[in-house]
Design a protein around this ligand. Structure first.
Ligand SMILES: [Zn+2]
Length: 395
């Protein structure tokens, strides 16, 4: 049996123990100690990490009354060891887990919503609440209420009951999953629930809780949130982005959304206007190309979308027999479309495109290629043009 020192004192960062057993399986080494400060994985909370005699501990699992520690190298049975916890990780777990209790307690109190699933990820923490949706205003209210309870610095009381009967006077948020040695975590007036996780002794240590999202999920609402330093890091990151955007758009945070909305509206209006000019321009170009004497119509454009180049080619080919070889330097793309019998667009691309550092291909009447460098595109177009001219002469 392993004595759970973390249940007695959650702030114990270092302690002595003795190696009771060692198991080597599938290339992994697990050691069992007589006592431990490492809390195992369980109840949605990840395992503690740290060191045993300086050897890395990267997982901790419960196995009946024993707690096994995954270690980077074997340690002899009987060795007296010093355990040291990765405190930053543990404190983070305590903050997220205790924050989850407050959040679940407040949601239950306000909306009678039950927490049906809890997962502590490396980035964010999620709880699934059995309500089809929670309005945005209510989400904000819940977040504010949880943060008030954090600021009130309420005690987090742990009580262990031998049997369920001992808890008749306790209003548990949900039925415990065990019947004996029930560990109850109580934050007076906010939440009371059976839980085996590690918690700080007062709510103030959670620091802050931020709800990041509340989405519909399998008929329930999945809330993503973070506490403590995770919330501080996200806030710092978001503030930097806001500051940068405010600078770029010469505005204040309060007016930023309005400013961006106006900018988007202005852009879409400009795009529409530009389209009108592009279509007019294309009609002029098409007329010129239709009037040309040569069969091979090769053009290089400084700026042109590939969709536009294809439209131009289609317009020309509707009116006459030709091969349109168009290149866009802005998109670094080349298209070849034709209606000349005996020519194969895909084949003529395939033969030369790799040598010109490009990629692409196509079918008999149309092919496309893309390039990294404008110089490669130009060289490729010259080659294809030469090839098409000679093929046409051969014919
Ligand atoms: Zn818990």
């Amino acid at each position: 049996m392993t004595t759970r020192l973390f249940d007695q004192d959650v702030y114990l960062k270092e302690a002595q123990a003795r190696v009771e057993a060692i198991e080597e399986k599938d290339g992994k080494v697990w050691v069992v100690l007589d006592r431990t400060i490492f809390a195992p994985e369980g109840g949605g909370q990840d395992a503690d990490h740290g060191w045993i005699n300086g050897i890395q501990v990267s997982d901790v699992r419960e196995n009946g009354e024993m707690i096994r520690h995954l270690v980077a190298e074997p340690i002899l049975v009987g060795t007296e060891v010093t355990m040291k916890i990765d405190w930053e990780r543990r404190l983070d777990h305590m903050q997220q887990h205790c924050g989850e209790h407050l959040l679940s307690g407040v949601i239950y109190e306000r909306l009678k919503g039950n927490n049906k699933g809890f997962h502590m990820g490396a980035e964010v923490v999620t709880v699934d609440i059995d309500l089809p949706s929670i309005p945005e205003a209510m989400v904000l209210e819940i977040e504010a209420e949880v943060n008030r309870k954090i600021q009130e610095n309420l005690p987090v009381e742990i009580r262990i009951a031998d049997k369920l009967e001992e808890l008749v006077d306790v209003a548990l948020r949900k039925e415990p999953t065990v019947e004996t040695d029930i560990r109850v975590v109580n934050v007076p007036g906010v939440d009371c629930v059976a839980c085996c996780g590690t918690h700080p002794s007062r709510t103030g240590e959670i620091g802050i809780l931020r709800i990041l999202r509340a989405d519909k999920y399998k008929g329930m609402t999945r809330i993503q949130f973070v506490c403590g330093m995770r919330a501080v890091k996200i806030s710092t990151f978001e503030h930097r982005i806001l500051r940068e955007l405010n600078q770029q758009y010469s505005t204040e945070s309060a007016g930023l959304v309005d400013r961006l909305t106006k900018e988007r509206e202005k852009n879409s209006k400009l795009e529409q206007e530009l389209k009108v000019y592009q279509i007019r321009d294309m009609e002029v170009m098409a007329a010129e190309l239709i009037a040309e004497k040569q069969m091979i119509l090769s053009r290089e454009f400084e700026t042109m979308e590939s969709g536009m180049m294809m439209n131009l080619a289609k317009t020309v080919l509707k009116e006459r027999e030709a091969a349109c070889l168009f290149g866009s330097l802005s998109e670094k793309k080349v298209v070849l479309m034709h209606n000349i019998e005996g020519l194969h667009a895909g084949k003529s691309f395939k033969e030369t495109i790799q040598a010109a550092n490009g990629r692409g291909g196509g079918g008999a009447n149309s092919a496309q290629g893309s390039f990294q460098e404008g110089e490669d595109l130009k060289r490729f177009m010259e080659q294809v043009e030469r090839m098409l001219n000679s093929e046409k002469i051969d014919k």
